[in-house]
Design a protein around this ligand. Structure first.
Ligand code: IPM
Ligand code: MN
Length: 366
C-alpha cells in the first residue's frame, strides 16, 4: 500500500519528535512492505515566520492531497503578542476546520509496570485505560465572539459563546458509541447540564443516540465531578464523551494522571483527512535540546496507520515496540526517576525502530 502523508512539524519540540515518528513509520513501512511518501510543510509559528500565515495555502493543499497528516506542535512565547488571527493556534484551529475533523480521540493509558510515573498512588492509577472522545469543531472554540469597549476607560467587555446544534452532538456521540463497542462498552458523557443550555441539549441528544446502542452502558456526569473522579478513580473510566473545551481540559488532566503527557497521542478524525498529533504541545523550554520524548508522536503515527490506513497490525507493531522499550527500562528525561539515566529523543526513536525491525519476521508470519 502507498502511505502518503503530510508532516507538519511546527514549533518547539514539534520538529524533533516528528522526525522520530517518521523514522519509525519508515521502519514499519519497510517491515510490512509498504511504500511511504512524506511531504513536509509549515504550520503555526514556523509558518508565521516563513510566510506570515499560520496555515499557508500550500500546506492546506498538501494535507488535502494526503491520506493523513502528522503534526508536531504549534505555539510558543515568541508569538504571545501576535493578534488572535495571526497566532500559531489559529493555524491549528483552521486546519482542524478545513479537514473537517470533528472527532478528537485521546487515549490515556497507564502502561502496566509504569504506575510509578503517575503522581497518584499506584493502586489508584493501576489499570487506567480510557479514551476521551472530544468534540473538536464546535462549542466555545468556534462560537461567536467579540470584544467591545475601550481599555482607556475600562469599558471593555468580551464574549465567547458556546453553541451546539443537534447534528453536531449526534455525530460525535455516534463515534463514541461505536468506539465503546470495541472496548469495555461504557460511556460517561460529561457536561454541565445543571447550568448550561448547550449542555442540556448535549445530554438530551446523547441519551437519544444511546437508544441505537443498547449494549453500551451510558452515564452522565457534570464536568466538575468528572474532574474529581478522574483523579480519585481513573481506572473506572472507559470512554469519556465530551464537548470541545471540557475535553481540552480533561485530556490534559488525564495525561497527568497516567504520568506523562509526553506519552500521549491523539487522532482527529471524521473529516476528509485524519490529523494526528501528540498532545504535549510545543514545550519551548526544552526545544532544540534533543531531550524531548518522541513517544507521543510515535504513538500518534500508530493511530494514523490504524485510523487513516486501516493498518491494524502495523499500528499494533508500533505500540508493542513502545511498550517493550519502556518495559526494558529506557526512559526519556520526562519519564526518568531521579538518578535514573535518560535517553535522548533520537535514541528513543532508534530503540523503537530497531524493535520493530527485529519483530518483523514474527509479525509477518501471522
Ligand atoms: C490541544 C491544544 C489546542 C486546543 C490549542 C493549541 C489550540 O491545547 O490540542 O489540546 O486547545 O485544542
Ligand atoms: Mn489542550
Amino acid at each position: 500500500m502507498l502511505i502518503k502523508i503530510t508532516t507538519l512539524p511546527g514549533d518547539g519540540i514539534g520538529p524533533e519528535v516528528t522526525e522520530q515518528a517518521v523514522y519509525v513509520l519508515r521502519a514499519v513501512a519497510e517491515g510490512f512492505g509498504h511504500e511511504i511518501k512524506v511531504t513536509e510543510k509549515n504550520v503555526g509559528g514556523a509558518a508565521l515566520v516563513a510566510s506570515n500565515d499560520p496555515l499557508p495555502a500550500d500546506t492546506i493543499e498538501s494535507c488535502l492531497a494526503s491520506g493523513a497528516v502528522l503534526l508536531g506542535a504549534v505555539g510558543g512565547p515568541a508569538f504571545d503578542r501576535y493578534p488572535a488571527n495571526l497566532r500559531p493556534e489559529a493555524g491549528l484551529l483552521k486546519l482542524r476546520k478545513t479537514l473537517g475533523v470533528f472527532a478528537n480521540l485521546r487515549p490515556a493509558v497507564c502502561i502496566p509496570g509504569l504506575e510509578s510515573l503517575s503522581p497518584l498512588r499506584a493502586e489508584i492509577v493501576r489499570g487506567t485505560d480510557m479514551m476521551i472522545v472530544r468534540e473538536l469543531l464546535g462549542g466555545v472554540y468556534f462560537g461567536e465572539r467579540s470584544t467591545t469597549g475601550d481599555a482607556s476607560d475600562r469599558s471593555r467587555r468580551a464574549v465567547d459563546s458556546m453553541a451546539y446544534s443537534e447534528p453536531e452532538i449526534e455525530r460525535i456521540a455516534r463515534i463514541a458509541f461505536e468506539l465503546a463497542g470495541k472496548r469495555r462498552k461504557k460511556i460517561v458523557s460529561v457536561d454541565k447540564a445543571n447550568v448550561l443550555d448547550s449542555s442540556r441539549l448535549w445530554r438530551d441528544v446523547v441519551t437519544r443516540v444511546a437508544k441505537d446502542f443498547p449494549e453500551i452502558q451510558l452515564s452522565h456526569m457534570y464536568v466538575d465531578s468528572a474532574a474529581m473522579a478522574l483523579v480519585s478513580r481513573p481506572a473506572d473510566f472507559d470512554v469519556i464523551l465530551t464537548e470541545n473545551m471540557f475535553g481540552d481540559i480533561l485530556s490534559d488532566q488525564a495525561g497527568a494522571v497516567v504520568g506523562s503527557l509526553g506519552l500521549l497521542p491523539s487522532a482527529s478524525v471524521g473529516g476528509k483527512v485524519g490529523l494526528y498529533e501528540p498532545i504535549h504541545g510545543s514545550a519551548p523550554d526544552i526545544a532544540g535540546k534533543g531531550i524531548a520524548n518522541p513517544l507521543g508522536a510515535i504513538l500518534s503515527a500508530a493511530m494514523l496507520l490504524r485510523h487513516s490506513f486501516l493498518l491494524e497490525a502495523e499500528a499494533a507493531a508500533i505500540e508493542s515496540a513502545v511498550k517493550e522499550v519502556l518495559a526494558a527500562g529506557h526512559r526519556t528525561k520526562d519519564l526518568a526517576a531521579k538518578g535514573q539515566g535518560a535517553v535522548a529523543t533520537k535514541e528513543m526513536g532508534e530503540l523503537v525502530a530497531s524493535r520493530i525491525r527485529s519483530a518483523k519476521p514474527a509479525l509477518q508470519q501471522k
